[in-house]
Design a protein. Structure first.
Length: 448
């Protein structure tokens, strides 16, 4: 399969980065790719779904990964995976004999190993330019679930209609389930049994980069996990803080120890992001060096500075995110910048995942969440038209239309966009500019 054909398959079948970013996968296909990387680093604490999926479907995923590599003409294909994922590595070893062009790239159990800029350096020693894309250094990265979705589209003709979601925390039976796109978060959590804390909150995504959500919001193509946490948990309290208060606390407490910068993964790769200088300039309203503010656009928002590094419990990431959003709202783009050479000290400033989980009070939730793919009988789904970076898909159905699972209900818009598909059989009960609601007809259970 050549790039053009594969690109069309990916776009029409709605395949986007399932790791959280939601970048349309077809747009990553590039003949300049020298190294193709499969990301199985599970960047966030507690998440296990990618290693589980790769262990279960090792042959299918490796075969498809190899096919993508051939389509773009990659010189090497690397599976980035942590050494600790022994069961998944064992499953891969039995498959890789048939694919000599594919090799394993073993990683340490550190955070954020799954950040693609960090991952690329660990596996290739290439540094992605500040503000640039991986292809700038001849690399393309795909997530495990993204490649599995490509396998289903190419081999089975099945578009993205469901999502694997890990449910962990204050639940009776932590589990990883496959649910229809548009299924509600509350219904998804019920699949893990009883919620064991009456005041629990839903934290959508990984603990470092996720957000507090509600039970009514729908599962999207980028929903990887739901952490059910007590209302008084550190993660919930941190997310509820106000930036105005954070700024005042920083003005009173920041001692310029530089720990936030010293442990910043992007700074360690030579990118011009220095959180401690930003904290000083922002709290003192010092604009003599505007680049300090502009350089916030190089922040990856990994959260390490405020969730681990700062001994005062300050919030560099949150404050920089606010400034970064303001710059973008005013039309500013990341400036061109050169990365400094990577120093030897980087090796000694990596953050072990075990220490991070202990600091965040997450060790008690680090339990097995076995993968189950039992069919879920969804009565109703609310499917968002914007589940990806780029232009929202355009609805091609109307209220009252009968649709079948896998049918395209929204076509790709002009520019960067992908198709959206019905995740259940049913009747369209609502169509807006933002979403489409499908309700199952009475007496019609869903079939896989």
């Amino acid at each position: 399969m050549d790039i053009k054909e594969l690109s069309m398959v990916m776009q029409e079948n709605g395949i986007v980065g399932a790791g959280g970013a939601g970048f349309p996968s077809y747009a990553k296909l590039n003949a300049q790719t020298e190294t193709l990387i499969l990301n199985c680093a599970e960047c966030e604490p507690l998440l296990k779904l990618h290693r589980q999926l790769l262990e279960t479907y090792a042959m299918e995923i490796v075969e498809t990964f190899h096919m993508i590599g051939q389509a773009v003409g990659a010189k090497e294909m690397v599976i980035g995976i942590k050494r600790s994922y022994k069961k998944t590595i064992d499953a891969l070893q039995s498959v890789l004999e048939e694919y000599p062009a594919v090799r394993l790239g073993l990683l340490e159990e550190v955070y954020p190993a799954g950040d693609e800029v960090v991952l690329i350096y660990e596996l290739t020693k290439k540094v992605v330019p500040p503000g640039g894309l991986p292809i700038a250094c001849g690399v393309t990265v795909y997530n495990v679930e993204t490649v599995y979705n490509t396998y289903r589209a190419v081999t089975c003709g099945l578009p993205v209609v469901d999502k694997l979601v890990s449910i962990v925390g204050e639940v009776e039976h932590p589990v990883t389930v496959r649910v229809p796109i548009g299924f509600s978060i509350e219904e998804t959590v019920r699949l893990a049994g009883t919620v064991t804390n009456s005041q629990a909150q839903y934290f959508i995504g990984g603990p470092m980069m996720g957000t507090i959500g509600s039970g009514s919001q729908p599962v999207t193509k980028t929903t990887n996990a739901v952490l059910v946490l007590p209302e008084d948990h550190l993660m919930i309290q941190r997310k509820r803080r106000k930036s105005s208060i954070d700024l005042k606390r920083a003005a009173a407490c920041c001692c310029q120890c530089t720990m936030c910068t010293d442990l910043c993964p992007r700074n360690r790769l030579g990118h011009p992001i220095e959180p401690h200088l930003f904290m000083r300039a922002a709290t003192c309203k010092d604009v003599q060096q505007p680049n300090i503010f502009v350089n916030t656009m190089f922040c990856s928002s990994c959260g390490l500075c405020e969730m681990y590094s700062c001994m005062q419990g300050l919030s560099p990431r949150s404050l920089m995110a606010e400034y970064k959003a303001g710059l973008r709202a005013n039309g500013l783009k990341p400036p061109k910048a050169e990365a400094k050479p990577v120093g030897e000290e980087r090796e000694y400033r990596k953050v072990p995942m075990a220490r991070l989980m202990a600091r965040l009070d997450l060790v008690r939730y680090n339990k097995q969440a076995p993968l189950t793919e039992e069919p879920v009988d969804a009565k109703k789904v609310k499917i968002l038209l914007s589940q990806h970076i780029g232009a929202p898909a355009l609805a091609v159905v109307s209220q009252g239309d009968a649709v079948q699972r896998g049918q395209m209900i929204a076509k790709p818009a002009q520019g960067l966009s992908v198709g959206i598909h019905a995740s259940i059989d049913g009747v369209v009960s609502a169509v807006t500019e933002k979403y489409i609601v499908i309700e199952q007809q009475k007496g019609c259970a869903q079939n896989e």
